[in-house]
Design a protein around this ligand. Structure first.
Ligand code: GLU
Length: 398
């Protein structure tokens, strides 16, 4: 008899985190691995944010905060939502501090799903959505995002996936892994479905500040009638390289926030105190020109990388509309993505994420993080060129 619960026995590991961990342990063993797997930028958190948190630590900001998060942090979140997202949210009743978007997602799912409830998710979609839904007793129902539809929602696919058990929809824009930024028209499709079917929508907006080519992120909650049925998840991990701080926030209708607070009281008590203080500094009214310049440079790195990748034999790659991943079509190589990512890591010491980790519709793709240092991008491209210029057909095992 296994001591383990079904929920963990049957859960896949997270490909993004597992591969990044594998790359880190290979590096510890002295292997010169270039890691483009998880979505972690080369840059550290900007110094002005660290300074605020360090000073706060020395002044005693070392204690648990209100479960909902510090009022100052929530007020900074509310001002940011008003200033950048056209959203008016009450910091006392509509916002909770979370330990990154992943913990915000967990609280949102626990607060809204009953056992057996179905929730629509994207295929391909972020690797942890389906496991997190299952951990909470829900049933993920993948809806295909097809390359021929530009990885956008198709109303007929969405309708076809709905049953009497469908309670919610979870989506990400800018999209991880494909880089699509949903337009107001795309969002209207989701809003229409949610209103017709009386669904909650969880909007993962982790990459909302990272949109390219003059595009802008639109928050689903700004669409008519959607504020009362949207849980928005925002983080500081990506835009401010604050992944290790584990800080983000969720905004939602009051009953949902109230329930997330109860869950937070029991499960984590609160998000980290000085992480909230640093987070409030990051969300402050004036964005330093240096941060804006960094994001502009990230856009250049994305463009450089995808242009170079697109020229390698067997690969095709387009500029993401947002987010910082190259979504590389490798179907022409004939390799399946798991085998190809394994080959790249083992023989060329380059860590990428196989597309299949994002769902069956991700097969035939590899995901590569573009916001590594310029030197690492150049070195990685040399290794990829060596691989793809000499890659023979995969060995068939059956
Ligand atoms: N969300 C990032 C990614 O997709 C970081 C890794 C993770 O949390 O899964 O790579």
């Amino acid at each position: 008899m296994s001591v383990l619960a079904h929920r963990v026995r049957e859960a896949p590991s997270s490909a993004t985190v597992r591969i990044a961990d594998r790359a880190a342990s290979l590096r510890r063993q002295g292997v010169d691995v270039l890691d483009f797997s998880a979505g972690r930028a080369a840059e550290h958190t900007p110094a002005y944010i660290c300074d605020v948190a360090v000073q706060a630590l020395h002044q005693g900001d070392t204690h648990q905060t209100m479960a909902q998060g510090k009022p100052e942090f929530r007020e900074a979140c509310a001002r940011k939502l008003a200033r950048e997202n056209d959203l008016s949210v009450d910091p006392d009743t509509g916002i909770i501090a979370t330990m990154g978007c992943k913990q915000g997602l967990l609280l949102a799912l626990m607060a809204t799903l009953n056992p057996g409830d179905e929730i629509l998710v994207e295929d391909p979609g972020f690797v942890s959505y389906q496991p997190a839904i299952r951990f909470c007793g829900g049933v993920p129902v993948p809806v295909p995002l097809r390359a021929e539809n530009d990885f956008r929602w198709h109303p007929e696919n969405l309708e076809a996936a709905c049953t009497d058990q469908t309670r919610a929809l979870l989506f990400c824009s800018p999209h991880n892994p494909t880089g699509v930024v949903h337009t107001p028209d795309d969002l209207a499709v989701i809003a229409g479905l949610a209103q017709r079917r009386d669904l909650m929508v969880i909007a993962d907006e982790t990459y909302e500040r990272l949109t390219w080519g003059g595009r802008r992120h639109t928050a689903l909650a700004t669409l008519p009638g959607m504020a009362e049925r949207t849980i928005g998840l925002m983080g500081l991990t990506k835009s401010f390289s604050m992944g290790g701080w584990r800080i983000g926030f969720a905004y939602a209708p009051r009953p949902v926030i109230d329930s997330m607070v109860v869950l937070q009281q029991h499960l984590m008590t609160c998000a980290g105190s000085f992480a909230q203080t640093g987070g409030a500094a990051a969300l402050g009214d004036a964005l330093p020109a240096s941060v804006r310049a960094l994001w502009d440079d990230w856009e250049k790195r994305c463009r450089y990388l995808v242009t170079e990748l697109d020229q390698l034999p067997g690969l095709a790659c387009a500029m993401p509309e947002g987010g910082f991943y190259a979504w590389i079509d490798c179907a022409e190589t004939g390799w399946d993505s798991e085998a190809l990512a394994g080959h790249l890591l083992q023989n060329h010491h380059v860590a990428l994420v196989p597309g299949a980790a994002f769902g069956p519709r991700g097969e035939g793709y590899l995901r590569m993080t573009c916001v590594k240092s310029w030197d690492d991008l150049r070195a990685g491209l040399i290794r990829l060129k060596t691989c793809f210029s000499t890659l023979s057909s995969p060995i068939k095992t059956s």
